[in-house]
Structure formats: structure tokens, C-alpha cells
Design a protein around this ligand. Structure first.
Ligand code: FE2
Length: 519
């Protein structure tokens, strides 16, 4: 009897029995198998020239108001500690520990760890943003990682690289859908990867549980441990194709829960509004504006190309305040490269017949908000802003566009001379989420190949310089004072853990250049 009582006591109070308010009970078997105390590892993010966010989460329901200590050092064994401190753990933010470590040096690699009671966390590695005139900067750009869509091999591949300064995550870090409810069967190649909770996330506990499940994935966890992240959400951190026009108390509660969970789980600098809109400086080489094209100002989707309201000035993607912030920032920036970190395709694009069957795809991107798209382009041309690189996620496919406002207007844009080009847009494929062949029912590879041929026709998209509709992976954006270069790394498979790259592709644009080239 006594033994049973002790076992029961351990079950209900032990470090692996998280407070009932935090996680869905279905997660318990996974937590039981994970590392005690620090099952979600460590993470870092929002690198600035003088500091960086470090993150962890303590798995102990008795940790409320208990101290956790942290230290940051310049060496892998943490002998040369440069900053340290202690923080009180708070249950109300699900035992999240997030610190913006200040007084660090620019462009420097650091190592950090946490200590709770007698247990140390894994040692994380991070890097601050450079100042001055860096001669090179490399981002790994990712988006759309559906846990049910297969193994996170793209994350695994990035984790083992040592030539990445920061990972830029453009959203769909989680998918809110219930078990088996998103994508097609063809895109669920690993039977054991089933969403928890089983229903669509709507409450704070649901979202927390979903993030926890994703962060128990070893490849994602390792990626966070070894690289700082700059993240923005897309729609699936909240709800499919969400916009800022959603209304009502039920919705407000859900949105607040989604925002809170995001800020609890991602190594993003805290702010009272739980806003993801912010900018980053990388010395004179680059400045980057991270946008919220979902919750901040987005009007509901138009009904299609024939919707009389499609072109209305009253319809917004970013909203006036965010647009002004972006455009003023870009006009005043002294950086050579101006990066827009954005969710949905910004370039005007002519859909092939394949995509025309799904008009919602078009209405979801900037082409569905043509007045604001035009306003931004007009500002760029009128203020002679060039060397703009738009980095985009969301569509689960890889693209490169010469950035121009009117690709089909021969007087405005000339694909031969590059007249009318002010930069480039590079789009990252999904880590795992379904893309064209996984979406199609019959002859998927053939139909995808036909779709690709149509997209690439000059009469449709003369500014399109690369497209891949069927592979998964990520791209790196390498910036030097002379060039901005995108290298796509397509993983070979996602039905098992495998870091092999099946295909690579490169596109680049020179500084003050007006052509995307293959090298
Ligand atoms: Fe997605």
C-alpha cells in the first residue's frame, strides 16, 4: 500500500507530471520518454548587435516562483562566462524562461545554458548580429513544417551546418489542425507522426500541447539549440487563412491564446502586444523588416478575380500603420540590402490553369490585395529604393522572381534588359507540408510538370526565373556587398530521418543588378 502511495505521489508530483492546465494528457507518454527537466532543450533568437534572446522551459509543475540560473560564455565548455543571472520561473507562462541577454559583442558566437536545482540544460550555441561592414551574412530560410507531413529532415540538415548566421522562419511553424485533418493521405508518410491534441487547436492548452509535440522532435530541437531564429507566424499558428477581420469573443479568445502560446514557445523578444512586427540590422550589409500579413491589418479574402471589391483601397494586407513603418524604414535605411521577411508571395503572378482551379490560393497572396501591393511598389519606384530582397514562405513550393511591379507591361518591365527590376523575391519550399504533387489526385507528377511549364511561359510570367512545385527543403540567402544569392537545398525524402540532399539549385542577383542569374 505504501509503495502504491509513493508511486501515486511520484506520478502526480514528479517532474514529468506537468500541471493539468498546461498540456493535454495525451502528451504524457511522450514527456515520460523525454529528458527530465529540460525536455524541450534550449533556443535563442532575435539576434541584435548587443544581445540575443535565450530560451528554455522547465518541466516541473512545482517550479512556480523557483529560480533558474543562466550563463553565457564565449567557449564551448563555458569557462569564459561573460553574462549570467537568475530568473524566477512563472507557471502562468507555462514555465517558460526567456531572457534578452544584453551587453554582448556584435557578430560573435556565444554558448549558453540554464541550471534548475541540480540539473543543467543542454549547451546552446548562438550568434549576435554584426555591425560595421560585414563581408558576408547567411540566413537559412524555412517555413511550413507540418509534423504529420513527415520527418523534419530540412531542420536536421540546417542543424548540422556551421555556416549559418541565423534561421529565418516565415511561419507555419505548427499546424493547428487535428489528427489527420490537414493535407492528403499521400502527405502523411510516417504513421507515428499524428497531431496531439487530436482536435483542432482552439484553447491555450491545445496550442501549448501542439508546440510541445513539435519541440519534442529531435531535429527541430537541435536546430534551435545550434542556431538563433528570427520568426514570424503565418496562418497555421492560429487558423487556416486567418485575417484580421475575424470578430467575436470566441475568436478573440482563440487569437489571444494562439499569440500567447507563440510567445511562450518561440525565442522572440517579448512585447506586451505579442506583436511579431520588428526589424533587424546587420551592419551596413543588410536590414530586415519582419511583417505580419495575417493578424495586424489583413482584410478578409476577396471572392475571386471578379469580386468588385478586389481592388478597393479599403482592403489591406498589412494595414496603413505597418505599411508606413515598413516604407519609412526602407526609405531611411543605409543598408545595402533591404530584406522584407514576409509570409505570402509579393510578386504579381499569373496563375497557370492548374492553380486557377483553386482561386483561394491567389486571393490569399498579395495579388489578392492589389491596391496595397501597388501602393508599396509605387513607393519603391518613386523613392528609388532598390536592392530589395523579399523572402517568402506559405506556398510550400520554391520560386525566384525578378522583383517588378508590372511584369506583363512591356513598356515597364523588359526581361531582356532588366528594366523595371528593383530586386528579387525568393520563396522557400515547405519543410514537410504538402506541395503540388501531394495535393493532386491523378497523375500528380505529370500534372505538376504541366503546371510548371505553364507558369514558366513568358506570356504568363516573364519575371519568373525559377520554380519547383514538388520538392521540400529550405534555401540559404547569402549576402555579400556585391551579391544576394539563394541556394535551395531539397531533401531527398521525408518518410524517415535522412539528411541526404537530393537536389540543389542556385539563383542570384548582383548589387544594383537587374537580372537574376544562375550563379
Ligand atoms: Fe503552410
Amino acid at each position: 500500500m505504501r509503495i502504491i502511495a509513493i508511486l501515486l505521489f511520484l506520478f502526480f508530483t514528479g517532474p514529468n507530471n506537468f500541471g493539468q492546465n498546461v498540456f493535454d494528457p495525451d502528451l504524457k507518454p511522450y514527456l515520460d520518454k523525454a529528458e527530465p527537466v529540460f525536455p524541450f532543450g534550449v533556443a535563442s533568437g532575435d539576434p541584435q548587435q548587443n544581445g540575443v534572446v535565450i530560451w528554455t522551459k522547465i518541466l516541473d509543475q512545482n517550479a512556480d516562483n523557483q529560480p533558474v540560473s543562466w550563463e553565457v560564455a564565449t567557449d564551448t565548455t563555458l569557462q569564459n562566462v561573460v553574462q549570467l543571472g537568475t530568473e524566477d520561473i512563472k507557471e502562468k507562462i507555462a514555465f517558460t524562461v526567456k531572457i534578452f541577454v544584453e551587453n554582448l559583442s556584435p557578430g560573435t558566437t556565444y554558448f549558453y545554458r540554464f541550471k534548475y536545482k541540480n540539473t543543467y540544460s543542454p549547451i546552446g550555441r548562438t550568434k549576435t548580429a554584426p555591425d560595421g561592414n560585414p563581408n558576408k551574412l547567411r540566413f537559412a530560410v524555412v517555413s511550413c513544417a507540418d509534423f504529420q507531413g513527415g520527418e523534419f529532415n530540412a531542420y536536421g540538415h540546417i542543424a548540422q551546418r556551421t555556416d549559418i548566421d541565423v534561421i529565418v522562419h516565415l511561419g507555419d511553424y505548427i499546424y493547428e489542425s487535428g489528427a489527420g485533418q490537414w493535407g492528403t493521405k499521400r502527405n502523411r508518410p510516417v504513421a507515428s507522426r499524428v497531431h496531439i491534441p487530436a482536435s483542432t487547436c482552439t484553447s491555450l492548452r491545445d496550442y501549448r500541447t501542439r508546440y510541445a509535440q513539435y519541440r519534442l522532435d529531435a531535429q527541430l530541437r537541435e536546430c534551435h539549440r545550434l542556431h538563433p531564429f528570427i520568426t514570424i507566424w503565418d496562418d497555421h499558428e492560429i487558423s487556416n487563412n486567418v485575417n484580421a477581420g475575424e470578430k467575436g469573443p470566441q475568436w478573440d479568445k482563440r487569437e489571444a491564446a494562439a499569440r500567447q502560446a507563440y510567445f511562450e514557445w518561440l525565442p522572440i523578444k517579448d512585447n506586451p502586444e505579442h506583436s511579431i512586427i520588428r526589424s533587424f540590422s546587420f551592419g551596413n550589409l543588410a536590414e530586415m523588416w519582419m511583417l505580419d500579413s495575417r493578424l495586424e491589418g489583413r482584410s478578409p479574402q476577396a471572392k475571386g478575380l471578379h469580386d468588385p471589391n478586389l481592388g478597393s483601397m479599403e482592403r489591406h494586407m498589412l494595414g496603413g500603420k505597418q505599411t508606413d513603418w515598413l516604407l519609412n524604414g526602407m526609405a531611411n535605411s543605409k543598408a545595402r540590402w533591404k530584406i522584407m521577411g514576409n509570409q505570402v508571395i509579393f510578386s504579381p503572378m499569373h496563375d497557370s490553369k492548374v492553380f486557377d482551379r483553386r482561386p483561394a490560393l491567389r486571393m490569399d497572396r498579395w495579388d489578392g490585395y492589389p491596391a496595397e501591393q501597388q501602393h508599396i511598389f509605387d513607393f519603391f519606384y518613386q523613392n528609388n529604393i532598390q536592392n530589395i530582397i523579399v523572402v517568402t514562405g506559405d506556398v510550400h513550393t520554391a520560386w525566384a522572381f525578378e522583383l517588378t511591379a508590372r511584369p506583363l507591361d512591356k513598356g515597364f518591365y523588359d526581361p531582356k534588359t532588366g528594366k523595371g527590376v528593383i530586386g528579387a523575391e525568393f520563396v522557400t519550399p515547405s519543410v514537410t507540408s504538402f506541395n503540388l504533387d501531394e495535393l493532386l489526385g491523378t497523375l500528380p507528377r505529370l500534372v505538376a510538370a504541366i503546371g510548371k511549364r505553364r507558369f514558366k511561359k513568358n506570356k504568363y510570367n516573364p519575371h519568373l526565373r525559377y520554380v519547383d512545385l514538388i520538392r521540400h527543403g529550405y534555401f540559404t540567402l547569402t549576402l555579400t556587398p556585391e551579391k544576394a544569392q539563394a541556394d535551395w537545398y531539397f531533401i531527398k525524402r521525408k518518410d524517415r530521418v535522412d539528411l541526404k540532399i537530393g537536389k540543389k539549385k542556385r539563383r542570384a542577383i548582383n548589387y544594383n543588378g537587374n537580372h537574376i542569374s544562375k550563379k
